[in-house]
Design a protein around this ligand. Structure first.
Ligand SMILES: Nc1ncnc2c1ncn2[C@@H]1O[C@H](COP(=O)(O)OP(=O)(O)OP(=O)(O)O)[C@@H](O)[C@H]1O
Ligand SMILES: [Mg+2]
Length: 151
């Protein structure tokens, strides 16, 4: 399940549309190289969740919580953490039980979390071209209508 975007705004729009499929306790793992658009995607997601605050990269604080929308959003970036234990010590999953949890550089934790998550891979295919792939993992994700989001 994939789509191609050719601008930051289009990547945000994919994130915005995904919001309508989400519920509390959902986990999104964002994967893709530096500057591929992971934060842009989450910014769009926040808009779609009805959050008015602008989303900025949480690199230095590791995680930020936004409570203003229909569902709270916890946005984490685990790039700077040295080990899986440091990530697990954050208790992100507990903190986000009532929220959507979006983790940039999420592959770092994929092996250590419960099997229900949506992996979102952003590949850089040109200056402004990105291929965005959704990989649903687990039974709660499989039936959701991703076609509406990716078209
Ligand atoms: N199609 C596109 N989708 C998303 N961003 C794009 C696209 N084309 C160009 N860009 C640019 O790529 C950059 C993406 O930055 P962003 O901070 O979202 O990436 P990131 O993956 O979160 O980076 P980092 O790994 O540093 O956290 C922005 O400067 C944006 O304007
Ligand atoms: Mg980022």
């Amino acid at each position: 399940m994939k789509t191609t975007t050719v601008s930051d705004a289009q990547t945000r729009a994919v994130g915005r549309r995904l919001a309508s499929l989400l519920r509390p306790n959902d986990v999104l793992l964002l994967c893709g190289p530096l500057g591929s658009g992971k934060t842009a995607f989450v910014a769009g997601l926040a808009e779609g969740l009805g959050i008015d605050e602008p989303v900025t990269s949480p690199s230095f604080v590791i995680a930020r919580r936004y409570d203003g929308g229909f569902i709270p959003l916890v946005h984490a970036d685990v790039y700077r953490l040295g080990s899986l234990n440091e990530v697990l010590d954050l208790d992100l999953f507990d903190e986000a039980r009532d929220a959507v949890l979006a983790i940039e550089w999420g592959d770092a934790v994929a092996g250590a979390i419960p099997g229900e998550y949506l992996r979102i891979v952003i590949d850089v295919t040109g200056d402004e071209e990105r291929q965005i792939t959704f990989e649903p993992h687990g039974t709660s994700w499989a039936p959701r209508p991703f076609q509406d989001v990716l078209s």
